[in-house]
Write a protein that binds this ligand. Structure first.
Ligand code: ADP
Length: 210
């Protein structure tokens, strides 16, 4: 089982990934949590470069750096974990590239990105993806306490394009993507995610699918 969490920065996706990981562990599953870009030595170095506000990166170079970090993450961590039978939870994955580099920046056509993603992951797609949807202003207020990284510093209109690309993706791929209203309290959102997961992937308390 490979589950990804998506949304604009400050939407609460990391909070929800952690809550779901805790719950799945109490159900008896072996859970591995990861972040994209990151979670391998190479990908963490690429992440540091990508998020550094002091670095200027060409739009196309940015697109392929994200893809490079993801390719490393898939081969070094995600595939081996899935092979061991772990549930993999990943904070961001290729839908982020579609939303940010595709929708936000308009670097390349969205349709072309599907091909890039499949080549990057060698055909691996998430089993289920939760997009935590919150208004841009609300997400900005939530992350107010921390200094913005390079992508967070983009103007409001950029984040609006990212959000609407996420919404369009959810409408296009309802069998994989579940759009979650992220405006409530963390517990309420967690409950919504949990009940969706139990519906698409019924499993008992011992960690075995029913
Ligand atoms: P993301 O991973 O999407 O950037 P985080 O999970 O790190 O978001 O949450 C960003 C901030 O918002 C954190 O300070 C977190 O405690 C807070 N937060 C998370 N979920 C909610 C929520 N449902 N309502 C209010 N604040 C939240």
């Amino acid at each position: 089982m490979f589950i990804t969490f998506e949304g604009i920065d400050g939407s609460g996706k990391s909070t929800q990934a952690q809550r779901l990981a805790d719950w799945l562990q109490t159900c008896g599953h072996t859970v591995e949590t990861m972040r994209d870009p990151g979670s391998t030595p190479v990908a963490e170095q690429v992440r540091a470069l990508l998020l550094n506000p002091g670095v200027s990166i060409d739009d196309r170079a940015e697109l392929f750096l994200f893809a490079a970090a993801r390719a490393q993450l898939v081969s070094e961590r995600i595939r081996p974990a899935l092979k061991r039978g772990a549930v993999v939870l990943c904070d961001r994955f290729y839908d982020s590239t579609t939303a940010y580099q595709g929708g936000g920046r308009g670097v390349v056509p969205l349709a072309w990105l599907r091909t890039l993603h499949m080549q990057t992951t060698d055909g691996l797609a998430p089993t289920r993806t939760y997009i935590i949807d919150v208004p841009v202003q609300e997400a900005a207020a939530r992350r107010h306490s921390e200094p913005d990284d390079r992508l967070e510093q983009e103007e409001m209109a950029f984040h609006e394009r990212v959000r609407s690309t996420y919404q369009a993706l959810a409408a296009e791929e309802p069998e994989r993507i579940c759009l979650i209203d992220g405006r409530g309290a963390p517990e309420q959102i967690h409950t919504a995610i949990r009940s969706d997961l139990q519906e698409v992937w019924p499993h008992n308390g011992a960690g075995t699918p029913l």
